[in-house]
Design a binder for this molecule. Structure first.
Ligand code: 13P
Ligand code: SF4
Length: 325
C-alpha cells in the first residue's frame, strides 16, 4: 500500500504549503509517495517545466527548468526512463537527444498552439520561396518541422543563435512575436511565420500600464512570446528560467510575471520576500499533466514517445546544432 495519510509536517508539504492548502495536499500526498517509490523502482527521473503545478515542480521533479535546460539535462541523466512533465514537443526533444532511453509523456495530447501552427510542408514551401536563407526553428515545434530546419533555438538563446549563423537574413518560425522581439535586438533581418502562443498573446500593453498604476513600483517581467508592445512596457524580458533568475538575484519588492500562472507559484515559493501580483493566464496543454497521470505513466510505462525514423536524425541534428552553438 503506497498511499500515505495526510501528515501536515511532511517535509515535502513544507515546501509548498504557502500555495497549497492542507485540504488539497490530502489529495496529492498519496500520489506523491507512490511516484517517489516508482521512480526508484523504475530507475526513472522526472523532468518538469517551469509551468508545471507546484506539487509536481517542488515535490516529485528531479530536474526543473526552461526548455533549454530540460533539453540539456535530458542528455546528462543516467536514468533509463525519463518522464517529461511538460508538453509534447518537450518530450519529443528529450527523446531525440536520448534515442536509446524510454521517454514517457503522462499525456500525449499535451500540445502547444505554436507547434500546431506549422507543418513540415509549410517549411519546405518557405525554403523554396527563400532559397539559401537559413531556417531557425523554435523548439516549440514538432520533430517533423525541426527536421526541415537548419537549427533550433529556445527563448533563452534565440538572439545568440540568429546572430551566430553569421548571415544577414534568417527565417524564424513558428512564433511571430518571438521573431519580432529578437528582430528588435539585432541587425539580422528576420522573416517570421505567424504562429502565436495562445497564453502569451493575450497579454496587452494596456494591461501592463494598468498594473503599474494599481501596484506602484511593481517590476514587470515578460516572456518573449508576448506581443512586442508588452515587451516594450516590461522591465525585463527573458525565458522562464531567466525570469526566475532575475527574481532570485534582484529580489524586487513586487513583481508581475507576464506568463503562465504556475510559474508565479513556483518562483514565489523560492522567494518568500517578494510579493507576486498575478494576472493569470493558464496553459491548458501544460495543465493536462497531473500527479495521477505521472503516477500512471510510471506504473504502466506509458505513453512512450516515439519519433518517425524518417525525421528523427534530421530533427536531432537541428537540436544538436543549437546545443553546440
Ligand atoms: P521557456 O523555454 O522559456 O521555458 O518557454 C517554453 C514555453 O513553452 C513558454 O510558453
Ligand atoms: Fe505552447 Fe504557449 Fe503553452 Fe508554452 S505556454 S506550451 S508556448 S501554448
Amino acid at each position: 500500500m503506497l498511499d500515505v495519510p495526510f501528515r501536515p509536517a511532511d517535509p515535502l508539504y513544507e515546501r509548498v504549503k504557502a500555495v497549497i492548502p492542507p485540504v488539497e495536499w490530502a489529495f496529492f500526498a498519496g500520489d506523491i509517495a507512490a511516484i517517489l517509490e516508482l521512480k526508484r523502482a523504475r530507475n526513472a527521473v522526472i523532468l518538469a517545466h517551469n509551468y508545471q503545478t507546484p506539487e509536481i515542480f517542488h515535490c516529485v521533479a528531479d530536474i526543473v527548468g526552461d526548455s533549454l535546460a530540460l533539453a540539456r539535462e535530458a542528455m546528462k541523466t543516467d536514468a533509463q526512463v525519463i518522464v517529461l512533465a511538460g508538453v509534447h514537443f518537450m518530450a519529443e526533444t528529450a527523446k531525440l537527444l536520448n534515442p536509446a532511453k524510454r521517454v514517457l509523456s503522462p499525456d500525449l495530447d499535451a500540445g502547444c498552439s505554436l507547434a500546431a501552427s506549422i507543418t513540415a510542408a509549410d517549411v519546405r514551401l518557405l525554403r523554396e520561396r527563400y532559397p539559401g536563407v537559413p531556417i531557425v526553428t523554435y523548439v516549440n515545434s514538432s520533430a517533423a518541422v525541426k527536421a526541415e530546419s537548419d537549427i533550433c533555438c529556445t527563448s533563452a538563446n534565440a538572439r545568440k543563435i540568429v546572430e551566430g549563423l553569421g548571415v544577414p537574413r534568417v527565417i524564424m518560425l513558428p512564433d511571430e512575436y518571438l521573431a519580432q522581439n529578437v528582430a528588435a535586438q539585432t541587425s539580422v533581418e528576420i522573416i517570421a511565420w505567424t504562429g502565436h502562443c495562445e497564453v502569451h498573446e493575450r497579454f496587452s500593453a494596456a494591461e501592463v500600464r494598468e498594473l503599474r498604476q494599481r501596484y506602484p513600483g511593481v517590476s514587470v517581467l515578460a516572456h518573449p512570446e508576448c506581443p512586442p508592445e508588452v515587451v516594450a512596457e516590461a522591465d525585463f524580458t527573458g525565458s522562464t528560467a531567466a525570469m526566475a533568475d532575475y527574481i532570485g538575484k534582484y529580489q524586487p519588492a513586487r513583481v508581475v510575471l507576464m506568463t503562465e500562472c504556475s510559474m508565479s507559484d513556483n518562483v514565489a515559493l523560492l522567494n518568500p520576500a517578494v510579493e507576486f501580483i498575478r494576472p493569470c493566464n493558464l496553459c491548458p496543454h501544460m495543465k493536462r499533466i497531473t500527479l495521477p497521470k505521472i503516477r500512471r505513466a510510471l506504473e504502466t510505462m506509458r505513453h512512450a514517445v516515439t519519433i518517425d525514423p524518417a525525421v528523427a536524425d534530421r530533427a536531432r541534428r537541428a537540436v544538436e546544432r543549437m546545443l553546440a552553438l
